[in-house]
Structures are given as C-alpha cells and as structure tokens.
Design a protein around this ligand. Structure first.
Ligand code: SPV
Ligand code: MG
Length: 669
C-alpha cells in the first residue's frame, strides 16, 4: 500500500505562517509538524512508500522530508503549475507512480488521530473519512451517501450528506477507475476542479464506502484559527494514556504487534503482573517479576511500567485513570470474563475506553507456550518452586494426586472468586491414595519403584511442585537413596513420619498397633537424608505422630524441636481429631520458639478450619490428602452397581462425563 500526500498548494489563507515553507510544515505540536505527524503515523501502520506532490517551496519540502530520517521511500512529483491548477493536476502529474497499488490518499493539511487512520486502513473496502456526528460544514467537503456508498463528494451537496474529509483508502481496482477519469479531465484541460469532480462521474464504478470517524479528530487546517483549535486537540490527544497488563515471561511478535497498536493510542503504561498474581492463575513464573518488568522497560514506546498485584485491574486503573485499556478479545470468554467486566465498570466511572484487538491464534505462539510449559516441568525448575511459593505466599495448598489424570485435575482446576483466581499450588502423592489406586493396603507394601512410577506419570503431564509421602522413610540406609532419587526426579519435598516397624495409616490412630521411632533414631534419619541431598532446594519434612498415638503435646513439641534441630526443613503435625484445638495448640507453642520452620498440616479430620485461619495461626502448607480418591471411587462403585441393576448402561449415562469433556481434560501437546 502506497500513501499519496498532496502538498503542492499555496496555503495562502494561513498568512505569514506559510511565508517561508509549505503549509504541511506548520508546527502542530511540540516537535511535530502536520506532515511529520502524518508520516510517523503512516510508518506506525506499516506503510513504506509515499508519493508526495510538491509545488510551492518544493525543495524546502524535499529537504525537510529527508531530514526526518523516517523509514519511508519518498517519490516526489512536482506540479509545475501549482499556482494555477488544483490538486487534480498534481495527481495527474504523479499518475505513473500510482497504478500498481492500493493507495491511502490524503491532503497535506489534514490532521487526524491514529484511530481514524486505523479505521481507514482496516476497512475491507475503499473508503473515505466521514462523520455522522459533526454538523455539515458550510464550505468544506460533504459526501452524499446512497445505499451505503459514496455517490458524490463536493462542497455544494447538503442532501443525504455527511461531513467528509479528504482521507481515503482506495483499492487499486477502484482507484484505476477514478484515476482514468482524472486523466480525462486533465487531458481536456479541466485542471482547476477538485479530483472529486472526476470521482463523482464514475462513482457507480468506483465503489467508495463511508468510514464514520464520528467526533474523532480529522480536520484540515486552512486558517490560523483552524491551527489553534486543532493544535489544542492534538495536545489533548498527546496526553492520553493507555494501559495494558502482561503476565508473559517472554515477548513474541504478537505481543509487539499489540503493543504497537496500543502506543498509537497514547502514552503507554504497562502493568506487569506480580509473581503472586501469576502463580494464582498459571504457575510460579520462571522469570521473576523484576526481570519481566525490565523486559518491558526496555521496549521502545513504553513510557512506564508498573506492578499489577492482582488479576483485577481495578486498583491500578483507579490510580492511573488511563484513557484506554487495551487487551486481546480472548478475555470475552473464559475465566477472564469477570475481570473484563470489572475493567469496563471501572472505565465507565471516569469515561475511559476499552479497546480490544483480535486475539492471534498463531500456532507459533501456542508452540512457544508449550515449550515454556515443558520447561516449567523440568526437574530443576520444578524442584525449587515449592520453597519459593512458601516464601512468597506464606501458605500454600497441596491436593492429592495418584495418577496422571488426577495430576491434571490438580494442575488445571481453577476457581474465580471475587476477581481472584484460586488453584492448588502443589500436589501430594499420598501413600494411602497411591496404595488404594493399586488395590493395596497403606502399609508400605507398594515398593518405591512403583511409587516412583506414579510420580513419573504425574510429572509427565503437569508442572506443579510435588510433595511425596515417604511413609517412615524405611531404613536410614535406604532413605538416603530415596532422597537422591526424589531429588533427581524433581520432587520438592518428602515427608517422613516418626514411626518404626510395620506402618499403618495414621487415621487408624491407636486402634491398630503402631510404634513411634525413638527421637535420636529419627534425628539420625533426617541428618542422613539432608547429608545425602545434592541440591539446596529439596526439602525433608519430619512428620510427628505423637498426637495420633496419644503421646501428648509435650512429646510432640519435644520431637518438633529435635527434628528441626537435626535439619528438617519443615514439620508436619498430624491429628485425627475433628476438633482442631490440639493442632492450634501445637502450632502456637512451636511458633513461640521457632518462627521460621514451615509447618505442614493435613486437615482430613479437622476439616472445618479455613486456609486463612491456618495461615493466621502460622501454618505454611495445607495438604488435602485424599479427597480425589474418596470422591472418585464411590462414583465408580455407583456406576458399576447401576449397570448391574439395569442390565444395560443407559441409566448410567447421566452420571458419566462426556467423551468431549474427557478430551478437554487431557491437553494435546
Ligand atoms: C496419606 O495421605 O497417605 C497420609 C496422610 O499419610 S494420612 O492418611 O492422614 O495419614
Ligand atoms: Mg501416608
């Protein structure tokens, strides 16, 4: 697409302003002339070639364009009869340069805002800028519109007309029709009329549609008064601000494209989501906030970068009050829909506008995302993420997973509540559920090789950190190998319980015979494990069974202090009472002397306590240890019974997930 800018005229109505240069070189804002503004805008829309007709002070104009150093190829065409002809003849002089492309045609004294240019360029048909809201001008162009097309353009038409400005996009096939008639006019020495006179004769074959720019700025400057009014509007436009928010950890061409569009609207402020906000709906970012911020700070055209602490834009919008918020239209549906709704509501309170651009479904971006997800699932990246999350959030939640599919459920289940997204931070590979899935009792019968296989299945399809239930840890001599294997796999934490001999599930309590390990022996196991590990991120958590085995609070606390002294990275306190009192008491008493070692709880029995209350009391990890198993298997029993009772599967159908739903649960790489 080529631009054709008509700059041959004298501009005598401007008085002294155009005494020494053509009208288009008149300053319209700080550092910009009418022309430099037009040219920079064309560049920002990707136009590379400009045909410019010259006349009055033509060499000054040519030198000026060169001095702008813009990435444009200029073709200057002088109209030697500029003083006695109209621009129809300037076009005639340039005709040979204008036969190969669609063109953007504009008068050199036209000032418009970028959204006008965007509307013109994006128009699927040939078009001319008109306004349905401005009053019809007495002496300027009006366009007569019939059946959605422009029939005539001139200053003399008032019926069925709209105010019009000489800014067009004209497709080659339409332009060739108009240009042929321009040639006919000029060949017949009819050179003092508007080029539009030639159009009016062929408008049935040269289809130009109105492009309604309403009250956006699109005005010609004919007089010093026009200059004053338009300069003021340009100043206002230049002060507009635009806000966009990003969670991305890398910038691809799609981001660059939307940023370029946004910066045309005004001074661009980028909000970068905090690590915490990203973790709430995606995963812990690989690239920390400070670096993601620097990524945008170093981008041309970005004026300011601020932190956005929540998924909700509200706080930042209320402070920054941007004129525009720019976003891809992908948030019209899905979990971002309420966030969008809130943005609209906040913008409405002060007259801001939401501008949405079509979301790019470029497969390359999907591949980039998949590669990034794969990186997040790598052992070295995954292993350290639990510690980071605990440090960042204070309290993290883990949900039980015992297979690839339950891992995917923990990975992908999200809930949007009060403008915030909630998801589990980590996965718990429970001995109870892993054994149950294999139809075995929870007595350390399922061997480590098999337990590792479960971890592998989960790891293959997820990215969240994993907490492994290591039962008693086995013999110390064996535990050191377990630690290294888990570490190598990318597991973040192993929890071992201070029991010895045949381990039974804690929820049996004292109903079955279970023996607690001696404090020195268990300390020795912890020490050996810590010594064996190779990375500093891996965590060994000591689980205290004193309350389960009714050994009293004192014993539990003595063990907790001894185990953390021995090097345990976290302490898990367990209870099978419904009443959380003994858990609360333990946490309070432990925290009196130790404020840093993370505390882990498994509230299967004391399940009335909320995460917020646990956090407030000093707990750092809440594990939902078995709920997927306990809900999944009854549903299966029910389905099996239903089919047996009915001797067919029809009655079971309503209880079943559709195949489509299953497919959406399992993403394809
Ligand atoms: C498990 O989930 O296997 C546990 C927690 O160890 S509990 O079942 O409560 O003992
Ligand atoms: Mg267990």
């Amino acid at each position: 697409m080529k631009a054709l800018i008509l700059n041959s005229g004298l501009g005598h109505r401007m008085g002294v302003i155009t005494k020494e240069h053509p009208k288009c070189m008149t300053e319209i804002s700080f550092k910009n002339t009418i022309l430099s503004r037009q040219l920079k805008m064309l560049v920002s829309f990707g136009v590379e070639e400009v045909v410019m007709t010259t006349g009055y002070y033509d060499q000054i104009l040519v030198d000026y364009c060169d001095a702008l150093h813009l990435p444009l190829k200029f073709m200057f065409v002088n109209n030697p009869e500029y003083a006695t002809t109209n621009y129809i003849y300037s076009i005639y002089c340039a005709k040979e340069l204008l036969k190969e492309d669609d063109i953007i045609l504009m008068h050199g004294d036209l000032v418009f805002e970028s959204q006008v240019m965007e509307a013109i360029i994006d128009s699927p048909t040939s078009c001319m800028a008109v306004s349905s809201t401005l009053p019809l001008p007495e002496k300027d162009f009006k366009a007569v519109i019939k059946d959605g097309q422009i029939e005539k353009v001139g200053i003399e038409f008032f019926d069925n007309a709209m105010a019009a400005q000489p800014l067009y996009k004209i497709k080659k096939e339409d332009w060739l029709v108009w240009l042929a008639n321009i040639e006919k006019f000029c060949d017949n020495d009819n050179r003092k009329v508007y080029a539009e006179n030639a159009f009016n004769e062929v408008s049935n074959r040269c289809k130009i549609c109105p492009c309604d720019v309403k009250d956006m700025l699109c005005a010609e400057i004919d007089t010093p008064e026009d200059l004053e009014i338009v300069s003021k509007r340009v100043k206002e436009i230049n002060e507009r601000t635009v806000y966009m928010c990003f969670s991305t950890e890398y910038i691809h061409s799609g981001h660059v494209a939307i940023i370029n569009k946004a910066r045309r609207l005004g001074r661009l402020i980028i909000g970068v989501l905090s690590d915490e906000a990203i973790s709430s709906f995606k995963r812990y970012p690989l690239i920390p906030f400070a670096e993601r911020k620097a990524l945008f700070e170093n981008m041309a055209g970005v004026e300011r970068v601020v932190e956005q602490k929540t998924l909700s834009y509200k706080e930042n919008l209320q402070v920054l009050k941007p004129d525009y918020v720019v976003h891809g239209n992908d948030w019209c549906e899905g979990f971002q829909k309420p966030i969008r709704q809130e943005v609209c509501e906040v913008l409405a309170t002060y007259g801001g506008k939401l501008v949405e651009y079509p979301y790019s479904n470029n497969p390359m971006y999907k591949e980039l995302d998949a590669a990034h997800r794969a990186e997040a699932s790598m052992p070295d990246v995954r292993r350290g993420r639990l510690r980071k999350l605990i440090n960042m959030k204070g309290l993290v939640t883990a949900m039980e997973a015992h297979s690839g599919i339950t891992g995917l459920i923990v990975e992908n289940t999200k809930v949007l509540q009060d403008g915030k997204t909630y998801q589990f931070d980590a996965m718990w590979v429970s001995s109870l559920c892993d054994s149950t899935a294999k139809g075995k009792p929870d007595i350390e019968l399922v061997d480590m090789t098999s337990r590792f296989r479960t971890i592998d299945d989960i790891m293959e399809v997820t990215t969240k950190p994993i907490i492994f239930d290591g039962d008693t840890g086995g013999l110390t001599e064996h535990f050191v190998y377990t630690v290294r294997s888990l570490e190598r796999m990318g597991v973040s934490m192993v929890i071992i319980e201070d029991k010895t001999g045949l381990k039974k599930n804690s929820l049996f309590g004292t109903e079955v015979k279970q023996t607690q390990a001696a404090i020195p022996d268990f300390c020795e196991k912890i020490r050996a494990g810590k010594k064996a590990q190779k990375t500093k991120e891996f965590m060994i958590c000591a689980r205290i069974e004193s309350l389960i085995l009714e050994q009293g609070m004192e014993d539990a606390l003595e063990r907790a202090f001894a185990f953390s002294e021995a090097g345990a990275d976290a302490i898990m306190i367990h209870s099978r009472k419904k009443d959380p009192a003994e858990i609360f008491e333990f946490v309070a008493k432990f925290r009196e002397k130790n404020s840093t070692t993370p505390i882990v709880v498994v509230p299967t029995s004391f399940n009335t306590v909320t995460e917020a209350e646990f956090k407030e009391r000093g707990v750092n990890v809440v594990i939902y240890a078995n709920q997927l198993t306990r809900t999944g298997f009854p549903a299966m029993q029910d389905a099996a019974r239903t089919i047996l009772e009915n001797h067919r599967a029809k009655e079971c159908d309503d209880k079943c997930m559709s195949i489509k739903e299953i497919i959406t649960l399992i993403p394809e790489e």
